[in-house]
Design a protein around this ligand. Sequence first.
Ligand SMILES: [Zn+2]
Length: 156
Amino acid sequence: MTETPEIFDRIYTRHGHRCPMSTLGGRLGLAAIKWLGDNTGELQAIYSNRTCATDGIAETTGCTEDKGSLIVKNDGRHALTLSTAQASVEVELTTEALEMAGRYRSLCNRLENGSDGLEADEQVKRRAEMDAMLDELLPQFWQAEDQKLVQKKSKD
Ligand SMILES: [Zn+2]
């Protein structure tokens, strides 16, 4: 099993569980910071979807809703705008990234459906199946090239 890179470890600690969207939020945050370049000053983030991704964004950019530096809108896209006083960049998850994350969600939906009434050992078995998929999927998100997961929208 691939060891979790430190930054993603921190994301999962903040977030409370491992999942594709918190991981992809981290990839969005890291890519946005890289593409923003070394502009100094306070960062301001806007993310257009309330998902697990916000914790990945918070951990990688330092912008949080508590501090008022992360604003979450709900326009259904998976796009992050990161700005300083001098510059701004918008990044969005690719269709491929969303499809990869969607496969995990379908598995969860299927396995969680009616799971309350199940015997404990069947629940453990289903949990193990979901964990196995994460063990396979998350390293792909850690290691993929930026452009496989994130597209940059030019704002200038
Ligand atoms: Zn999550």
